[in-house]
Write a protein that binds this ligand. Structure first.
Ligand code: FMN
Length: 183
């Protein structure tokens, strides 16, 4: 069976990130022919257009990992009603030099968990705006906004059994179909 490689970009660098747990839970619910690879973004330089002709090894690595993938999964918290700077920095780095963006045409899903009641809705909307400009076709429905409440994750860090897990399974099914439809 041929494998579908998904590049996972988590918008939090935090060791115990709930978004990283959510990304792992998604991989757990996906079919076995989907491989999820977490891309490192914490060692990227702050984007500087002066470096476009001589990109850092970490930027080249990020771009080649994206190029080798058939799909993208963005799992991000909301920071001050937008996407975290580390995520935007990764997106900017891999989008340049002009005309050599690594993102173009790669189908994506956007999802996230935050403490606020509207669970990353605004961050996701801002991220969708950026991805639209970068020609990244993004799954529109179902939208998935998770509020991190006691009991969302179990002791092992998995999404607890129940309605939320069922909803996430539905989301993963739609996401997988979305990626396959762009193969
Ligand atoms: C700088 C900063 C800004 C934040 N802004 C928001 C926000 O706008 N909306 C929200 O729901 N939570 C906000 N939070 C709380 C995050 O949702 C919470 O820290 C979350 O656990 C971060 O995700 P992580 O567990 O993957 O690191 C903010 C947290 C930080 C550190």
């Amino acid at each position: 069976m041929s494998q579908t490689r998904i590049a996972v970009i988590v918008g939090s660098l935090r060791k115990d990130s709930f978004n990283r747990k959510l990304a792992l839970a998604i991989a757990h619910l996906a079919p076995s022919d989907f491989n999820f690879e977490h891309l490192r973004i914490d060692d990227l330089p702050l984007y500087n257009q002066d470096d476009d002709g001589n990109q850092a090894p970490a930027v080249k690595r990020l771009k080649s990992e994206i190029a080798a993938s058939q799909g993208l999964l963005f799992v991000t918290p909301e920071y001050n009603r937008s996407l975290p700077g580390v995520l935007k920095n990764a997106i900017d780095n891999a989008s340049r030099p002009y005309g050599q963006s690594a993102w173009a045409g790669k189908p994506a899903g956007v999802i996230g968990v935050s403490v606020g009641a509207i669970g990353t809705a605004v961050a996701q909307q801002h991220l969708r705006n950026v991805l639209a400009y970068l020609d990244v076709p993004t799954l529109g429905q179902p939208e998935a906004f998770f509020q991190n409440k006691e009991g969302l994750f179990d002791d092992k860090g998995h999404i607890a059994e129940g309605g939320t897990k069922k909803f996430l399974q539905t989301w993963v099914g739609k996401y997988v179909a979305w990626i396959k439809s762009h193969a």
